[in-house]
Design a protein around this ligand. Structure first.
Ligand SMILES: Cc1ncc(COP(=O)(O)O)c(C=O)c1O
Ligand SMILES: [Zn+2]
Length: 446
């Protein structure tokens, strides 16, 4: 029996967020610029629509809903085209017009513009003729988190913070640590103590202050909210979350551009806080809004581990709200968020598009990692194991048409989670350094 619990009453209510801003709402103006228009209008509450000026805040002080960056899409439509984007750098900053920065960002840091791979061999195994993999395992610190951190770190710098920090399930920590080095920010990263050793080392090596917390990710996140208030630091997924989360939209923009500005039929995306799934969807919707794609509809499905499945659990029961998992227990530690901030919005998004949310066991996750590596030559981490296992499940359930264009997001690198496949792959045989011994070894292989 797994040590997790999403059956009991946790007191959680929709819209509840422990990180409450005390700032009063201010109607955002339209500062300066040509004929008084700027790309970025301010922040607005996703729930009640109250507006705020651009500031390091993330929660509506009226209703506690999450704040979203507001853009002038008419202005973007008038000034951005396929050609202007193509002239941009070959990294995520080619989409800067859709990102909430005043400046240019760290355009020399090659985050994004990662391969979109046509997965013919894996597709054959799964009975899918038009399967694609967005391989974000090859970013500078080996996960998609470099994208969100690229935006958050530059924004933190614009706001004038000198310390940049995060609560992390593992990958965010190294992305924050590396960005801090590049932008000259002090970094503090907080992780649950049971995070993989490789993920601690991948943050420590950059010189970050790495803090292991004796608790779950939700405990870490709660502590970090208190630290953010107390110390006035920029926390990626707390006070600069509205800016941070926008970075994930570039995973939609790139896929559309790499497909010749076409929209896939179905996306499969791993879920931890749920922000990635919600923002990739938003990215495709923005492209349609400004006329860069034809606005074709698409389905969005989510993937979780069965040892931390609050969204899949709610989806299966047709609930609107997510009941937190108190003690996650899965090898997919990067996805082990028991109380996902965007869980409610993932349910809304997946249902509205006609997609689903499914879950995978530890065994299926490790198998998914091996299947991906042995068919497509991509060694990705446990989160990708979850994605591939759920992709397989949904294919078996007939959720995709045979010829539908399906894109699965591969979000982290397998070298950070070696333990997950260790047991599956077994010992490497040792052979004496002579031909007879090698022939003897070969005879055991057939
Ligand atoms: C490798 C990987 N994939 C996916 C996710 C999910 O991201 P989100 O929290 O935005 O749902 C994470 C989050 O840490 C991650 O590390
Ligand atoms: Zn509100």
């Amino acid at each position: 029996m797994k040590d997790k619990d999403n059956g009991g009453d946790t007191g959680y209510q929709e819209g509840m967020n422990p990180m409450v801003s005390t700032l009063a709402p201010v109607v955002a103006g339209r500062p300066g610029g040509n004929d008084g228009r700027t790309r970025i209008n301010g922040l607005a509450c996703r729930e009640c629509g109250d507006t705020y000026e651009i500031a390091p805040i993330h929660v509506c002080s009226r209703c506690f809903g999450p704040l979203e960056v507001q853009y002038d899409y008419e202005l973007i439509r008038e000034t951005v085209s396929h050609e202007t984007i193509a002239r941009g750098p070959d990294n995520m900053w080619r989409y800067r017009d859709f990102l909430p920065l005043d400046g240019q960002g760290d355009t020399d840091w090659r985050v994004g513009w990662t391969p979109l791979v046509r997965a013919t061999r894996l597709g054959k195994v799964l009975g899918l003729n038009n399967l694609w993999l967005k391989n974000d395992a090859v970013n500078p610190t080996y996960s998609f988190k470099d994208r969100v951190v690229a935006v958050a770190s530059s924004k933190a710098k614009e706001f004038g913070f000198d310390t940049f920090a995060c609560a992390s399930t593992g990958n965010l920590a190294s992305a924050v640590a590396a960005a801090g080095v590049r932008l000259g920010l002090n970094t503090y990263v907080f992780l649950p103590q049971n995070t993989e050793r490789a993920k601690f080392l991948n943050a420590q090596v950059y010189g970050a202050n790495v803090v292991a917390i004796d608790g779950t990710y939700d405990d870490v996140n709660r502590l970090c909210s208190e630290i953010a208030d107390q110390r006035g630091w920029a926390f990626c997924n707390i006070n600069v979350r509205p800016y941070y989360s926008e970075g994930s939209k570039t995973l939609a923009f790139e896929v559309a551009e790499q497909l010749g500005w076409e929209v896939p039929d179905h996306l499969v995306i791993p879920i931890a806080s749920g922000s990635l799934l919600v923002k990739i969807t938003k990215g495709f919707n923005e492209l349609a809004k400004v006329g860069l794609t034809n606005g074709k509809s698409f389905k969005v499905s989510g993937a979780q581990a069965d040892g931390c499945n609050p969204v899949a659990h709610a989806f299966a029961r047709n609930w609107d709200a997510v009941k937190p998992v108190k003690s996650p227990n899965t090898i997919a530690k990067s996805l082990a968020i028991g109380n996902p901030a965007d869980g409610y919005y993932v349910l809304k998004t997946t249902r509205a598009t006609g997609g689903s949310v499914a879950e995978a066991t530890d065994h299926e996750i490790a198998d998914g990692m091996r299947l991906l590596a042995s068919t497509e030559g991509i060694f990705a981490e446990t989160a990708a194991g979850v994605t591939i296992a759920v992709l397989k499940k949904l294919a078996e359930q007939g959720k995709f048409g045979r010829d539908e264009r399906v894109v699965a997001y591969i979000t982290g690198n397998g070298l950070k989670t070696l333990d997950a496949v260790d047991a599956l792959l077994g010992e490497t045989p040792v052979v004496q350094p002579n031909l007879d011994a090698f022939e003897a070894y070969l005879s055991t292989r057939h």
